[in-house]
Design a protein around this ligand. Sequence first.
Ligand code: PLP
Length: 433
Amino acid sequence: MIKEKTAAELKELDKKHFFHPTSAIKQQRESGPAFIFTEGKGIYLYDENGTKVIDGMSSLWNVNVGHGRKELGEVAMEQMSKLAFSSSFTSFSNEPAIRLAAKIAEIAPGDLNAVFFTSGGSESNDTAYKLARHYWVLKGQPQRRKIISRTRSYHGVNVGATSATGLKPFRDFTSSLAPDFYYVDHMSPDALRELIKQEGPDTIAAFISEPVQGAGGLHIAPETYFQEIRSICDEYGILFITDEVITGFGRTGTLFGIEHYGVVPDMMCFAKGVSSGYAPLGGVVFSQALYDELGELSTGTLLHGYTYSGHPMACAVALKNIEIIEREQLVENSKVRGAEMLSGFEQIKAAHSIVSEARGLGLMGGLEFHPQPGAEGPLAPLVLAEAAKRGLICRAVVLEGQDILVFSPPLIITKEELQELLSILNAAVNEVE
Ligand code: PLP
């Protein structure tokens, strides 16, 4: 707990100086933060008043192993004291980055074997688009520039990742984006085939997709969707990239989300759960075939790399984080608790006419509300506010006419804690109905 006076001072300083990401600036400057978190333990967060809330989103879909893991702090301290940073450019390397690359190659699906590190999801996706285009330059087909993604997709906020994001409000937010990005209906492989035919296969570099769409409203593709996508990409020689930034590292009840569909992409982007948010880290894993070709065809220096690519401390933390996921069998817990979460959502739906659909895969779930004739606005933000009052934080997706609450609790959640989450949610829905 922070002293009352200090808490009030912090709130004022926040209003004045802290330009918050993804926030309503005007409202933030007037009201200040709703919570100033001071501590996290397991699935719970504590604010400056000692208020305890369930972190129903693993913060930003990323704190997979839960809050307050001392061993991650210890590993960070040890690595920082020994070698906090050194460059990975050209021929420089460091032990944690080497070990983490090898570990990710070992656990990634199929022949995904070569890891390029970044500091987060947006950088990972940008890397994938740039290196896909670079690949086609090396292959003597520089006209293959177009990147196709899906409606309702979210790929991040740098210029490239925003350009690939299917959610239009993110693109409309700014005036100029990267050229040559296209979008197809998120549930229809036929739409991809049509667009390829219309644009010409030899103009297309890559297709990118999240295995389960998260920020766009929790949409799960039909069982055969990615098999069809993989075969269309193969037919037209288009690179297939998966964005596992949310779905990686156990979130959906398998280690990587694409495993539900039994196909292997050419590149797989990751971030968030790789370090459970204890250090900023992301990356792209390339297939052996693609990495070999890039190696054989390249003549000069790869002019792409971030200062923090292969950051020793972040990589050491990620290695320990993956060890925890394996040791505590968190992928299995995600599957088992995920099935319970979905069944809980279905019960809430059965008991409330305002709920139209319950969705989930592993510990990634969504509750959708019926459009309300005459209502002032969507219901998800109202339920969200009621849930927060009762000690549960989650997220409302109200983009493009949707009205959905999404959830992704830490993968360590116990049966009892999940019941607590569901009972708060049930009470919040009751209040709004
Ligand atoms: N890709 C997906 C699927 C995401 O959900 C996100 C963030 O939520 C990103 C990319 C962007 O990641 P970051 O915010 O680390 O840049």
